[in-house]
Structure formats: structure tokens, C-alpha cells
Design a protein around this ligand. Sequence first.
Ligand code: AMP
Ligand code: MG
Length: 368
Amino acid sequence: MKDTIIIKIDTENIDDKLIEKCAGILREGGTVVFPTETVYGLGADALNPEAVKKIFKAKGRPSNNPLIIHISKAENVLPLVEEIPEKAHGLMKEFWPGPLTLIFKKSEIVPRETSGGLSTVAIRIPNNSIAIKLIEEAGVPIAAPSANVSGKLSPTKAEHVMEDLMGKVDAIIVGGDCNIGIESTVLDMTAETPIILRPGTVTREMLERVLGESPINLSMENPNKVRGESDSPGTKHIHYLPDAKITVVQGDLDDIVAKINELRTEYEREDKKIGIICTDETKNRYEKNMNRNGGTLNRHGKNMGSVIIKSLGSRKYPETIAVNLFKVLREFDKTDAEIILCESVSDTGIGQAIMDRLEKVASTIVQQ
Ligand code: AMP
Ligand code: MG
């Protein structure tokens, strides 16, 4: 067990002394958790193999799952890569700092520990002032995967990080909630046509507008690949593992609601503790027939047990649904729900990234 230091930094008024302290830990080969706009990251000097090994150890992450390197300005890509493909320049200009990770052929200085043994390297500039200042002050590129125990949900709040990593890292910066809430889009720039390895809030449509061509969408072109054999090693491992079994229901909204209510009745008969993840538009359609304790009343007015209902937000604002997704799933980990029945969302724009994450947490997907 390490003595983990907790360092609170006010995003609006960043204390340079605290940043210097954390940067010092990173320069000396230690581990520091910091906020980014996507999720909290577990950082270490990307060019120091011993420091990078500490990330894998703290997370319990398989060593062949490569890390994303975080830098503070675009020119810092140069020493890390063999070349910057022509097509990447426009993307870097448009989307950095921001939630787009680009894959390049790596240079000699990137250790194999960081790239998981691959000849490529993943890089981005986070759009978070604490992260940028920290990386700049450290003066080295920072490898930073999501700051959760491997196989658990990515943390979007400092308290999530503490649940997972207290005693396993040198320092945790408490720096507010992440305002995007799901991990970056990962785009492979080493292929002739760029390939989306992981969908995120920088959507295919946004990439296409800048690239002038449509990137290959791995999850749509070949769904089987995403489930296990793709070139992005992260997709080979089970990524998110909530405590309850999750059933995601797809289809038209009315059919989704009807199916969830039907499944809920079945599980209630089996005395299972049930959770429902819904949206603002549908929440009251699950609350009907419930008593004051959240229990469902059957036809005879008999209490059928309690159901925990949580909304991800309005379907009109998929960004809000993205921000709330991991938070709500982690909230369910604190309940005794055994089964979670979850609505799907439209698979367009940011919805594609949301559905990608829901498919990763689901043990069953029901198509209505
Ligand atoms: P995380 O930072 O925990 O969200 O995980 C980083 C994601 O980026 C994982 O899915 C990795 O497999 C992926 N990744 C990192 N480096 C590479 C690379 N060189 N090639 C392909 N995928 C990568
Ligand atoms: Mg992760």
C-alpha cells in the first residue's frame, strides 16, 4: 500500500504550487491521477518504463493493452512519432485540445511498455486546464489510461477514483467532474483510410467533415471485430464490469418501455432486485403502479418488491446522457440491484459512442 496524497485543485483558480508538486512526482517516476474532460486519467512519465509499469500494476491492466500519451501542445507529437500523416494535420488543428486520440507509427523513444508492444502510439491533448498545466510543468509526455481498476467503469468524478485507487497511486488530484464523461474517440491514422477504433464524442460525421472522406467505422463495418479481434487491444479485454447484470433493450421507444415493463414483472416474480435505467421522457412510464417505497403493486394491490429507477437525462441532449452514463452505473454498484434493465438510445452522432459503452456493459441485448 502507498500513502496516496489527495490534492484539491480549484479549476477556476489553479494553484501553481500544487501543480509543481504533482509535476515533480511525475518527473521522479511516480503516478498522479488527474482530471481530463473525458474521464480521470492515471498518469506517469510515458518515456520512463519503470513509471509506466506502475500504471499497469495499479490498474491491474494487461500489459499488452497500450496507453494513450497525453501532451500539452501539438508540436510535442514530433519526437514521439515516425511521421505525421498529411491527413492528421487538419484533425489536430480542429480537434486538439479535445477528446480525439490519434494513432501514429511510434518513434524509438516510446518504450514498448507504453505502446503495449505495438509499433504504433496513441496521442492526444486533453481539453482540461489542470491536465494541460500539469503536463506542461512535468515537461515530459504523460501516459494516462482511465483511472479505474481494469475491468471497472471509467471514473468521471474524483470520488470514483478514490473508490478504485486509494493506496495504489502516489497522488490523486481532486479537480471537479469530467464534463464529457466517456472516453476519447480513437482514430487509427496509420491506415490508408483512417479507422475509428473506439467511437467517442468526436463523431464520424465530425471527422468526415475535416478529412473530406469517411473514416472506416470499425464497429459498424464489422461488429464482430469490435467484440474481440480488432487491432485495438483495449477492445480485446472486457472493459466495463458493473456489479449487476445489465439487459439493454433496443427498438422503438414505445416497444422498449413495454419490454422493460414486461421483463421487470418477470424478474419481480422471481424476487430479483431490479434497477431501471431510463430517460427523462420515459421515467414516469415505469413509475406507474408503484407504491411509496418504489415497489410495484400487482393487480391485487400486492407489493411486488422495490425497483430503483434512474434517468440518464433527456433524449434531446445526448451529451448529458454521455456525462451521466458511468456515474449512474457506478451509483447502481452501491445498491443491491441484481438486474438492470436499460433503455438504448439512437445510434447516431454521440449516440454511437453511448451505445458502444452500453454494449460493453450489457450481458444481454434484446432487440424489440
Ligand atoms: P483507456 O486510456 O483506458 O481509455 O484505453 C486506451 C484505449 O486506446 C484502449 O482501448 C487501447 O487499446 C487504445 N490504444 C492505445 N494505444 C493504441 C495503439 N497504439 N493502437 C491501437 N489502440 C490503442
Ligand atoms: Mg479504460
